[in-house]
Design a protein around this ligand. Structure first.
Ligand code: UDP
Ligand code: MG
Length: 305
């Protein structure tokens, strides 16, 4: 059985095409499939539309969450409800072409791979977004040390084995592309062009992208803490050298250093300390979130057989 999960947050205008194309490609693979839509607290007519489609096609299932929990939580919810042996995940805005699922499945079926990731070779989005995403991917690859992670997002397909691995990771701060890479197994890629969003505004605005990016970096890397430590040590060396200089200046009677130097060093060390506290805070905040152990999402209703 094949499962496809698609998170939906106010995508009313796209659902018809999304369903048509998804069913077409899945039917080419097998009649035995399910599509689970995760309604992430949509406020538009998405839910109504999904229910109408479900009336006609029972292989469409809907997992309705109690409110908006965010993209990564919605995907995780879907992954926990699928029954298939091969599981695909995809965005609901048609930026990821559903037709590629067939190629992914064919690669998985050879049993050479357990996970197939969609790798974007081109993005047809606006320049600012593309630039930010480019910087993030370069940085994340460097900091996380994960292999084969650059330009890989949520669009992917995995077999049951790999999914069980992914579901075993219970952390609440979730960056799925990173976690999926972390579980290992044999991973392959399929290259594709990430289309423009078919309709509607991106639901992930710059701030949500920022939050996702920092979740990814701080949950996969201790390098930011290391940098603080090294800069701190460097600061101590500078401080010692300055101390020696002042001492020598005093002994040999050079002109005394003026107030500007004192002021600047206060500002300098003050701001470094604040930055470090901020970095530390990012980790402490995430530790706190994990220890609260709140559920990642709550289900209002599951429309299933
Ligand atoms: N989405 C969601 N919950 C959210 C934000 C987005 O379920 O809080 C869904 C959205 O409907 C879409 C997918 O996640 O199907 C990706 O969202 P979007 O296209 O806005 O993100 P981007 O393309 O910027 O990654
Ligand atoms: Mg999108």
């Amino acid at each position: 059985m094949i499962s496809l999960i698609i998170p939906i947050y106010n995508e009313e205008s796209l659902i018809d095409e999304l369903i048509e194309r998804s069913i077409k490609v899945l039917s080419e693979i097998s009649d035995h499939f399910e599509i689970i839509f995760i309604d992430d607290g949509s406020q538009d007519g998405s839910m109504k539309k999904l229910l109408q489609h479900r009336d006609k096609e029972k292989r469409i299932k809907i997992l309705s969450l109690s409110r908006n929990f965010g993209h990564q939580a919605a995907l995780t919810a879907g992954l926990e409800y699928v029954k298939g042996d091969y599981i695909a995940m995809m965005d609901g805005d048609l930026q990821d072409p559903p037709e590629l699922i067939k190629e992914m499945y064919e690669k998985l079926k050879t049993r050479k791979y357990d996970v197939i990731n969609g790798k974007r070779i081109l993005r047809k989005e606006n320049i600012r977004r593309r630039m930010l995403i480019y910087i993030f991917h370069k940085l994340f690859k460097r900091l996380s040390g994960l292999k084969e992670i650059e330009n890989i997002g949520n669009f992917s397909m995995l077999n049951r084995n790999a999914l069980n691995g992914l579901l075993a990771l219970k952390e609440k701060i979730r960056y799925l592309p990173g976690l999926r890479s972390f579980v290992g197994f044999s991973q392959g890629n399929i290259e594709y062009v990430r289309e423009k969003r078919k309709n509607g505004k991106p639901k992930m605005n710059i701030w949500k992208l920022w939050a996702l990016g920092s979740d990814a970096i701080f949950s996969f890397s201790k390098t930011p803490l290391r940098i603080c430590l090294f800069l701190g040590l460097f600061g101590i060396v500078v401080f010692l050298l300055a101390g020696i200089y002042v001492l020598i200046a005093k002994i040999f009677g050079f002109a005394l250093l003026g107030w500007s130097f004192t002021l600047l060093s206060i500002y300098f060390f003050g701001s470094i300390q604040l930055t470090f506290l901020g970095v530390l805070g990012e980790y402490v905040f995430r530790t706190y979130k994990e220890s609260q152990n709140r559920p990642l999402y709550l289900v209002k209703e599951f429309y299933d057989d």
